[in-house]
Design a protein around this ligand. Structure first.
Ligand SMILES: Cc1ncc(COP(=O)(O)O)c(C=O)c1O
Length: 477
């Protein structure tokens, strides 16, 4: 079979792509941006396809941040000395800009800086006033940092209910969800779901937020995988709690995320402890403390005060490009990538890949998760696929991406098989788990697109993908 994606055919394929996706040409500014501020990617021959893992930063972000640090003298914030005031001013400006960027009215929402999205989720989990008779409802395709909230819920006697995703698209069956949300029940408490699944790229309806709230639920929406390539308008969808990691949106700095919470919802939370910075008064002899109001009560210790100004720089970088431009480019590339992957067939007509998620580009993002299969239908071990991709300087991600629920449905792992893994008290490693599930693929290969993805990145991945045509999985030869 003649290869369809040989390196020398890239220019022709690009013209064909532009005919099929003319909107891509409106995103040309991103090519200039990549050449000017992300040149290290092409200079070092990288094919970066792990934007859902972490986005990439522009040189200009680093320069702007270093300029701030070089120009000023900044001390630990929240004191009245001049260097402290200077740091406080920068950090509070960044906090206000976060709210502005996500269109969250400052009289309604607060922005709490956290180490990452997981830190934001833990704040909600450990402080939410779950009680016996309450329910915590969540979708199957949550990240583990949302799944982990179930342990706080259970410890306080609440019931945990998962809403399954349905293959092959891995979307939620809305009737099942509605039945759960609408059920007449006194202990309605928290409902959590991702705006976009980091496993399948599925985007769930943001209309669920107000539907659930109308029935008395508090709603936590994980925007970590959605925000990097989609506009988030919190005034329009009005969730109670939102978690984010900033490195996923603009690459730098790492180590900062946030919890954006409605003030009314935040008042319901009960912090399990106090720490430096979270109180107005604490006493050793008096054995008491008063928590501060608003975000201060949730930011433990000293915030990441020298890096927080880089959050404002990063968000302004995205705003300057326009999130719609990023979205458009990513969706053109994702649409073409999925079409081409789905059309790859072995000589005997069997498909090369299985896609875990929607084929169509509506209500999905640029996260494309697949497994490779040989002409006899045996899967290629995703770890070996990753090793081969590494040799081509292609950065993709394999495994279950901390999203076991979607992975189990995609890989056809049953509840019984999964329960068996936890029968034994002894800890099972992921490697041992893979050996137990030898006949199935409990993981996959994830390719994700982002801010400076281009046609050549996607083409080079397809060149790599088609090298699997007519090959046999080493496990079966
Ligand atoms: C959807 C989603 N939620 C939450 C997280 C957790 O983010 P972090 O590891 O930055 O805390 C991730 C990370 O990949 C994610 O993709």
């Amino acid at each position: 079979m003649a290869p369809r994606f040989p390196p020398d055919r890239l220019p022709t394929a690009y013209q064909e792509f532009l005919c099929a996706y003319p909107a891509y040409e409106h995103t040309a500014a991103l090519d200039d941006l990549r050449a000017r501020h992300y040149s290290r990617l092409d200079e070092q021959g990288h094919v970066y396809l792990d934007y859902t893992g972490g986005s990439l930063y522009a040189d200009s972000q680093i320069t702007a941040h270093m300029d701030i640090l070089r120009r000023g003298v900044y001390g630990n914030p929240h004191s009245s000395n001049p260097t402290s005031k200077a740091a406080t001013e920068l950090d509070e400006r960044a906090r206000q800009y976060v709210l502005e960027y996500f269109n969250a009215a400052p009289d309604e929402y607060v922005c709490i800086f956290t180490p990452n999205a997981s830190g934001a989720l833990k704040l909600v989990g450990e402080s939410y006033p779950f009680a016996p008779g309450d329910r915590f409802i969540l979708t199957f395709d949550n990240h583990n940092s949302v799944n982990g909230i179930r342990e706080f819920a259970r410890a306080k006697g609440a019931e945990v209910i998962y809403v399954p995703v349905v293959p092959p698209d891995l979307r939620i069956d809305e009737r099942t969800l509605r039945a759960l949300l609408d059920a007449p029940f006194a202990g309605k408490t928290l409902f959590a779901y991702p705006a976009q699944s980091n496993f399948s790229g599925v985007q769930h309806s943001l209309a669920w937020i107000q539907l659930a709230q109308a029935q008395g639920w508090d709603v936590l929406v994980d925007f970590a995988a959605y925000a990097p390539t989609n506009r988030v308008d919190l005034s329009a969808c009005q969730p109670d709690f939102v978690d984010l990691s900033f490195y996923k949106i603009f690459g730098y700095p790492t180590g900062i995320g946030c919890l954006i919470a409605r003030k009314a919802a935040l008042k319901k939370l009960r912090r399990p402890w106090f720490a430096g910075g979270t109180i107005t008064l604490a006493s050793v002899q008096g054995d008491g403390y008063f928590l501060a109001e608003g975000e201060a009560a949730f930011e433990d210790g000293t915030i990441n005060y020298l890096n927080i100004p880089a959050v404002e720089i990063g968000l302004k970088h995205i705003a300057g490009i326009g999130i719609e431009t990023i979205h458009q480019r990513v969706m053109c590339l994702a649409g073409w990538l999925i079409e081409q992957l789905m059309s790859l067939r072995h000589s005997n007509g069997t498909p090369l890949i299985r896609l875990y998620g929607p084929v169509e580009t509506t209500m999905r993002g640029g996260t494309v998760t697949i497994n490779f299969f040989d002409p006899d239908g045996h899967h290629f071990d995703f770890r070996e696929v990753e090793a081969e991709a590494n040799a081509h300087n292609i950065s993709l991600r394999t495994g279950c991406f901390c999203n076991p629920g979607a992975g189990e449905v995609a890989g056809d792992l049953t509840a019984e098989e999964m329960r068996d893994c936890f029968q034994n008290e002894e800890r099972m490693t992921f490697e041992q788990f893979l050996m137990v599930m030898d006949n199935k693929s409990p993981g996959a290969v994830r390719v994700s697109l982002g801010i400076v993805s281009n046609f050549a990145d996607v083409y080079r991945f397809l060149t790599f993908a088609e090298s699997y045509l007519d090959r046999h999985s080493p496990k079966t030869v």
